[in-house]
Design a protein around this ligand. Structure first.
Ligand code: MN
Length: 294
């Protein structure tokens, strides 16, 4: 593409939610976006919970959330500090630490538990993670569950031009670098560390949903809009580049994805396309069809 034809994506809205709540007794989260609030603007993304950063004292207790079901979507857990242990009824499980990612496809349904890792819990320390929910296309909502444990060494890290920072490709593609996560619809998840006073221009697919999630720090978007700590820039779907200037050292996620254009009907841990399918999910869970943890 020639430079003169570049069109910048315009910021549509800045999403902010500083209210914190606990998920179980291990995850003090702020829900930075949620389909019940922003609806189709987020598609194919559904929700993002930002847990911490928070210092936990040493403990022998298991902090976290016990067995609960999911159906119809994927949970993506990115750990920045601390450890998360997971186990599910389809046989998936593992422990992830700083830099690691767990990409869990609940799809037709499973029961899982999420706890702080035992070793981390014993020593205590800073805890910081993100859990993103990615919707599944209707045709894939009832495929079998899948667990992708992705460690830091599996995730390619791109050094951005002019010392602007680094970008880890968790899913999708940045230039010719492909991320390890398998997805059911076109989705890019980039984990970025941006250096203060540097400018980066990133190509983003035209027509996709584009969200810039600022975890820590502050950026100026397209030279005019400030987005800082625990706030999310939601862009218009047209335009093929965004300009990000970090005003302080910043950690941020850039999420882009093809909108699914399908009805979203959710209830708690289930996200389907109709109320009937939600009732089926509740029945199937009650009848043990999502399995159980042994
Ligand atoms: Mn869960």
């Amino acid at each position: 593409m020639s430079e003169k034809n570049v069109s910048y994506a315009v910021l549509k809205n800045i999403l902010r939610n500083q209210d914190s709540h606990w998920v179980g007794d291990g995850f003090p989260v702020r829900t930075l976006f949620f389909y019940e609030v922003q609806g189709q603007d987020l598609s194919p993304f559904l929700l993002l919970d930002y847990a911490g950063p928070r210092e936990f004292p040493p403990t022998d207790k298991r902090l976290g959330v016990g067995p609960h079901p999911h159906r119809g979507f994927e949970t993506v857990t990115i750990v920045y500090s601390g450890e998360v242990e997971h186990r599910d009824s389809s046989g998936g499980g593992g422990k992830i630490g700083p830099g690691d990612v767990q990409w869990m496809t609940a799809a037709s349904g499973l029961v899982h538990e999420e706890f702080h890792g035992r070793e981390y819990a014993r020593t205590g320390g800073m805890f910081e993670m993100v859990q993103l929910w990615v919707n599944l296309p209707a045709e894939h909502k009832m495929v079998p569950p899948r667990y992708q444990g992705i460690t830091m060494k599996d995730i390619p890290e791109v050094v951005l031009d002019d010392g602007a920072g680094t970008l880890r490709v968790i899913a999708g593609q940045y230039r010719d670098i492909e991320g390890p996560a398998k997805t059911y619809s076109p989705v890019n998840v980039f984990d970025m560390k941006l250096n203060a006073d540097k400018l980066v221009e990133l190509d983003v697919p035209d027509g996709f949903t584009r969200l810039l999630v600022v975890l820590n720090g502050q950026v100026l978007i397209n030279g005019e809009d400030e987005v800082d700590n625990a706030r999310v820039g939601l862009f218009e779907r047209h335009g093929d580049r965004i300009k990000i200037q970090a005003t302080t050292d910043t950690s941020a996620l850039l999420l882009t994805g093809q909108p699914l254009g399908e009805p979203v009907v959710g209830y708690g841990p289930f996200v389907m396309n109709s109320t009937l399918e939600i009732h089926e999910a509740m029945d199937d869970f009650r009848n043990g069809k999502m399995g159980q943890l042994s």
